[in-house]
Ligand binder design. Structure first.
Ligand code: G3I
Length: 305
């Protein structure tokens, strides 16, 4: 029988999942992960608070566990994430502008340096734009103290730190064509025209009743790809159950396969049991690691059986 990973590979894509280090010791979790997936993203273990809770003291234990597991299985690793306003230690928020710039670049250099050559793609900057219709940048220590240029600076630093890694900008509510994705689009276009290093755009793709799979999802993936970057579906989960959920998952997979530069899909967790949506069932395996209708729909959309 095919797996998600083998079927995706048949289409020239990877199929990944977010992984939490503290579940790797659970045999059914590890068995499902190892059988089905060809890429992993640490769910929290590479975030700033996890790796540099105190300035210049780096703790890679939990992230290393995931990277070592993935490498022993021949899986790719997506690095998540270097510069983000959330899960940011308070010492960072307290710095003045000059010091913050130094700390941001040091953080990128040290974390990317630790994993140099081992990361397929890095989410260099995460969620830097506001929701709503303004298309404006989100307030954050980086934005407020360093201004718009912090994103470009982060990408330039990242390119030098690990030239082999693909450098991604990653965000949510940018899955369809809307004011927020237009703002990201304009930034990527500007970066490409000025030679600022960027290789990929991550569309998180957290979907639910209030935020369904957009009708123009494929068109949005395609317009980013047409700028000359890869697109990756980076944190896919879809609320619901049964046929409706399965159909939505199939539509997402088909949209990716219709776009040459959509290089892979990552779901945001292995099992409903450990989803960040604590009361939801948005993933492909239920709490007992049974394949859901959504699993069958994804496998079939990938051409597997
Ligand atoms: O590890 C601490 C633990 O020491 C502490 O005792 C406990 C008490 O609250 O918290 C634990 O940390 C939690 C962490 O997950 C690890 O389980 C945090 O509270 C909790 O807020 C954190 O949630 C994560 C969330 O990002 C934080 O923003 C979710 O697991 C993770 O799935 C979610 O992932 C994000 C992506 O990084 C970015 N895009 C959106 C996506 C979903 O929110």
């Amino acid at each position: 029988a095919d797996t998600l990973g083998s079927a995706a590979a048949g289409q020239g894509r990877y199929f990944g999942t977010a992984v939490a280090a503290n579940h790797l010791g659970e045999s059914a979790y590890a068995a499902t992960l190892d059988r089905e997936f060809t890429s992993v993203t640490p769910e929290n273990e590479m975030k700033w608070d996890a790796v540099e809770g105190n300035r210049d003291t780096f703790t890679f234990g939990a992230a290393d566990q995931i990277v070592n597991h993935a490498r022993s299985q021949g899986m790719d690793v997506r690095g998540h994430t270097l510069v983000w306003h959330s899960q940011l230690p308070s010492w960072v928020s307290g710095l003045g502008a000059a010091d913050l710039r130094t700390a941001m670049n040091n953080h990128i250099n040290r974390v990317m340096g630790h994993y140099k050559g081992q990361i397929h793609s890095w989410d260099v900057v995460n969620e830097a734009f506001q929701d709503g219709g303004s298309g404006a940048r989100r307030s954050s220590p980086f934005q407020d103290k360093l201004g718009d240029g912090f994103i470009e600076e982060a990408f330039r630093t990242a390119r030098a730190a690990d030239p082999a890694a693909k450098l991604c900008y990653n965000d949510y509510n940018t899955d369809g064509v809307n004011a927020k994705s237009n703002a990201v689009y304009a930034m990527v276009k500007d970066f490409k025209s000025r030679g600022v290093p960027i290789d990929c755009v991550g569309l998180q793709s957290h979907f639910n009743g209030a935020s369904p799979v957009p009708a123009d999802y494929r068109a949005n993936l395609q317009r980013f790809a047409d700028l000359g970057v890869d697109v990756q579906i980076t944190e896919l989960d879809i609320e619901g159950s049964g046929t409706a959920q399965a159909d939505n998952y199939a539509n997402v997979v088909k949209a990716c396969l219709a776009v040459d530069r959509c290089t892979g899909i990552t779901v945001w967790g292995v099992t409903d049991k450990y989803s960040w949506r604590s009361s939801g069932t948005p993933l492909l395996f239920d709490g007992n690691y049974n394949e859901k209708p959504a699993y069958d729909a994804v496998l079939s959309a990938l051409g597997g059986s």
